[in-house]
Design a protein around this ligand. Structure first.
Ligand code: PEP
Ligand code: MG
Length: 758
């Protein structure tokens, strides 16, 4: 059964277009289930009906024409119930609707399952048979499994269809994602090349055969050169016989093997990339089908060669591609390095297919004030390239090829946004004080965006979180102690005399060092933060010593430990800090080395229950609400699929944050918060109501939060908090906070323009 399932999925994925994929699907399912009819219907949400897309057994002329309403017939019922229907006599079911145009009169047995992707019914698969019988549980589960496999392929196809329509009709298309950094961007798409694989190549026609042939020939020549260089480099270190593999590779590249086959596809009008994809996938399938294990293995070589040629093909196309003036950067998974490559002033917005709003690359876009959305449905990325776009990162929407009227509306909204921002900036030098006179210390989250964040030092009361790992991530190896010392001293000097809370290396999770491989099934529950550095005291001591030395003569350093979950970690860290201190004293007796204050991050729920004990050992704590939310709600912060569940306004998270404030006050332990929640106006006011007086945030948020604070009273925030704490869901909490903001004339902060256009 598993082999059949696999072969159907593989065959479907190898089809050039949706129609042939569906035709292949129904044919194979009919054969595999030894039945007489298999059909597939697609939901058309613009007309509220299902359209017959492919069939083996019904009238083939009805394909693409026959439609049945969402609430009609058995097909409609399967979709409404979102569960299979398995009956022996379809005609005797009260919901049966006779549709003469499809010729289904002869069939009795009826098994149908919905195709559901992310809670949305995309279509319905139906299997029918003349013999009146109930399909077996095995047959039912076979079809359910197939439908689940098909669902993501169809979701992908649905988006492709949106893009295709956009191409031909010049209509605006809209795709949805999750907002991660608010704002509006109007610009042109620049797609960062995904990791190349044939599955990411969309089949496309290109009638200019001679240009496509030239591209292919150049790519083959570049691949030959690559093999020559490789074989020369390896000639000293590997035996001659092994080098023969390169001759085989060169032969495979010859006109007689690859060339002729590709030429045949080019003649049929396929682009060079598509022709190569068709040929390589066919060859791979042929090799895979061989019995002889040696020959079978050649499939890997063929694919490798194909990918190398593809790499050159795509690179030639992209080599000279400049970033547009208003770049909307589109990536499969955004990384900080991709952001860094866009020339200054060219980056207008960011769209990442994978990842989620709380991953570190996403936090970086927020820190840079660049509108961004994440978690857009799996996309044929390259098809976007160069298209005009509007990114509405308030509502998580991406408009492709926007109409002139949409463009005008968004230009106007962008202008209003700029006016509001000017109002924030006009007050940025004023004190962060509430209407009833409470001073709130606003600190900076720094380290991620090192080029410009220092410009904002006068706006904040110091650095509440310096993410040291970001600098480590840019290096090709662990930086030396003296390199680190130099860097930390620059940072400490920059903010002096204000304090800088430096966090020790927090790698693992979605923060990876290219030169220190951590690959785990469950990285956020694995070797992360303090766990890594305590297992590598040599790295930890190096970093601590560099920090202590950098602080000599300045005295504004505080050290913070990430991901603390137990008392042993606190003890061990303090011990290593003492060791670093004593060793430095011994090494530099003439220097006045200070013992800095040391604090812990409250990110793991267990830490919240240890504050009484830990208040005796450490000098301060800071809530990392990003991770605390992740671990409280068991939601991977960088997984787009569960992004909607990541919500720090969940009443349980609010209650824990309140508990931290109360415990810290009881035990006189200074506390602050440095997660993204503090930079969100609604989050900030709830935290202030809980008793937080130190909030650390990215610099793009500081002027906004100051603006909000100066218009509110703590007593009003406290009243709001009391109501929020008793709400059943995050949605209810946010409804209250939004109303509160509107009542206090701060509603303009939440203008979500796209509601007008959808
Ligand atoms: C946090 O978890 O809230 C935090 C500030 O740390 P990071 O986002 O770097 O994990
Ligand atoms: Mg964290």
């Amino acid at each position: 059964m598993l082999a059949t399932l696999r072969s159907i999925a593989e065959a479907v994925s190898q089809q050039a277009d949706l129609d042939s994929a569906l035709a292949c699907f129904v044919k194979m399912v009919k054969e595999a289930m030894q039945t007489q009819c298999c059909s597939i219907y697609f939901a058309d949400y613009s007309q509220d009906n299902f359209v017959l897309m492919a069939t083996q057994g019904l009238n083939p002329d009805a394909v693409g024409k026959f439609r049945i309403g969402f609430t009609e017939g058995l097909v409609g019922l399967v979709a409404q119930r979102e569960e299979p229907i398995n009956i022996a006599f379809a005609k005797s079911h009260p919901r049966f609707k006779l549709s003469p145009e499809v010729n289904e009169e002869g069939y009795n047995a009826f098994l149908s399952v919905p195709v559901v992707h992310q809670k949305k019914v995309l279509g319905v698969i139906v299997v029918q048979q003349k013999l009146a019988r109930v399909f077996s549980p095995d047959e039912e589960s076979f079809l359910i499994t197939l439908s689940a496999q098909l669902a993501s392929q169809l979701a992908h196809a649905e988006i492709k269809e949106v893009l295709r329509l956009d191409e031909f009709s010049h209509q605006t298309s809209v795709l949805k994602g999750v907002s991660s950094a608010p704002g509006i961007a109007i610009g042109q798409a620049f797609v960062v090349l995904p990791k190349l694989d044939f599955s990411s190549i969309e089949l496309q026609k290109d009638e200019d055969v001679s240009t496509q042939r030239k591209l292919f020939t150049q790519a083959v020549a570049a691949t030959r050169n690559e093999f020559n260089t490789l074989s020369m480099t390896l000639s000293d270190s590997i035996p001659k016989e092994a080098l023969a593999v390169f001759d085989v590779y060169q032969q495979l590249l010859d006109a007689k093997s690859l060339g002729q086959n590709v030429e045949a596809q080019l003649q049929q009008g396929w682009s060079a990339k598509s022709a190569l994809k068709i040929v390589i996938e066919k060859l791979v399938a042929q090799f895979n089908a061989m019995q002889d294990p040696y020959i079978k293995e050649r499939a890997v070589d063929v694919k490798d060669i194909g990918l190398r040629v593809l790499h050159h093909l795509v690179n030639t196309e992209y080599a000279a591609k400049p970033y547009p003036q208003d770049t909307i950067l589109i990536a499969s998974t955004l990384t900080p390095a991709m952001l860094a490559e866009v020339p200054k002033g060219h980056l207008a917005g960011v769209v990442s297919v994978n990842g989620a709003a709380n991953s570190h690359a996403s936090i970086l876009t927020r820190a840079m004030g660049i509108p961004a959305i994440w978690g857009i449905e799996d996309l044929p990325l390259l098809q976007f390239d160069g298209k005009p776009m509007i990114l509405d990162a308030y509502a998580g929407r991406l408009y492709i090829s926007p109409s002139q009227s949409l463009h005008d509306k968004y230009s106007q909204l962008k202008y209003q946004e700029a006016l509001l921002n000017d109002r924030f900036l006009a007050e940025q030098d004023l004190e962060a004080i509430t209407l009833d006179g409470e001073h709130i210390s606003l600190l900076l989250n720094a380290g991620l965006e090192m080029n410009t964040e220092h410009d904002n030092k006068r706006l904040c009361d110091g650095v509440g979180l310096y993410r040291t790992e970001a600098w480590f991530m840019q290096k090709g190896q662990f930086p030396s102690q003296s390199d680190q010392e130099h860097w930390y001293r620059e940072v400490l000097t920059c903010y002096h005399p204000n304090p800088v809370v430096m966090r020790t290396l927090d790698i693992g999770g979605d923060k990876v060092l290219d030169y220190f491989n951590i690959s785990e099934e469950n990285p956020f529950l694995g070797w992360r933060g303090i766990r890594v550095t305590l297992d590598h005291p040599e790295l930890f001591l190096d970093q601590l010593k560099a920090m202590l030395k950098a602080n000599i003569g300045l005295g504004n350093l505080k050290i913070m430990l990430p991901m603390i979950s137990g008392a042993e970690e606190v003890e061990e860290s303090l011990k290593l800090l003492e060791q670093a201190y004593f060793e430095l004293e011994e090494q530099f007796p003439e220097q006045a080395i200070e013992r800095p204050e040391i604090g812990v991050m409250l990110e793991v729920p267990s830490s919240v229950f240890m504050l009484e004990e830990w208040s005796q050992k450490v000098d301060f704590c800071s809530v990392g609400s990003n991770d605390l939310t992740q671990y409280m709600l068991a939601v991977d912060r960088s997984n787009a699929r569960v992004a909607e569940l990541f919500n720090p306004y969940h009443p349980s998270v609010l209650r824990v944050l309140l508990k931290v404030a109360q415990e810290c006050q009881n035990h006189e332990l200074p506390f602050s918060l440095c997660g993204e929640l503090g930079g969100d106006p609604e989050g900030a006011l709830l935290l202030i109501a809980m008793g937080y007086r130190r909030l650390s945030m990215n610099y793009a948020s500081i002027s906004k939060i100051k603006f909000v604070l100066r218009r509110l009273k703590v007593s009003d925030m406290e009243h709001l908090l009391q109501q929020c704490l008793i709400q059943p869901t995050a949605k209810h909490v946010l409804r209250l906070t939004r109303n509160f903001m509107i009542e206090h004339q701060l509603g303009e902060l939440f203008y979500t323009p796209s509601q007008e256009h959808t």
